[in-house]
Design a protein around this ligand. Structure first.
Ligand code: HEM
Length: 125
């Protein structure tokens, strides 16, 4: 498999991250009208492309991905997707006080971003 294929999915993975984390940061102080729809799209992209990247990592010569890191990232991304879906449904029904769903989805996404970039950072070694 050419490295290019992996690079394309990393590109989509980073675009999904930008949608999800960007929607959260831009609206962090909001009290209503949360961008749940964008967050559902972003989280779904992350789960789909992340799973494909794991498959590609197993196909490569470097011995597959770090399973603990991938397990944690999968759980957090799934949690973010569920929180965004519930928030979206409730907001469409006109419900208020949806900040916990917004901050759960956004918070999990930010933690995943930190894990993705710093898991193997030089300061730990
Ligand atoms: C909110 C969810 C997520 C965020 C914000 C996120 C963020 C990122 C970022 C920023 C990178 C690039 C890191 C770097 O190259 O230094 C990355 C890479 C990666 N992510 Fe995610 N991720 C998320 C979800 C997932 C999920 C659910 C999986 C697996 C099921 C996953 C699997 C991977 C893999 C395998 C790579 C390495 C790609 C490569 O370098 O070839 N990610 N992620």
């Amino acid at each position: 498999m050419p490295a290019f294929v992996n690079e394309i999915f990393v590109l989509i993975h980073l675009t999904g991250m930008a949608i999800l984390v960007g929607a959260f940061i831009l609206n962090m102080r909001a009290k209503e009208n949360f961008p749940f729809k964008l967050m559902v799209i972003g989280a779904a992209i992350q789960l789909a492309t992340g799973t494909i990247l794991v498959g590609l990592a197993y196909m490569g010569d470097d011995g597959g991905p770090d399973n603990l890191k991938i397990t944690i990232k999968s759980l957090l991304a799934t949690g973010a997707l569920i929180a965004a879906i519930i928030g979206n449904k409730r907001q469409n029904k006109g419900e208020k006080n949806l900040q916990p769903f917004f901050h759960t989805a956004g918070g999990f996404a930010v933690i995943n971003l930190v894990i993705a970039v710093l898991w193997n950072a030089e300061i730990w070694s």
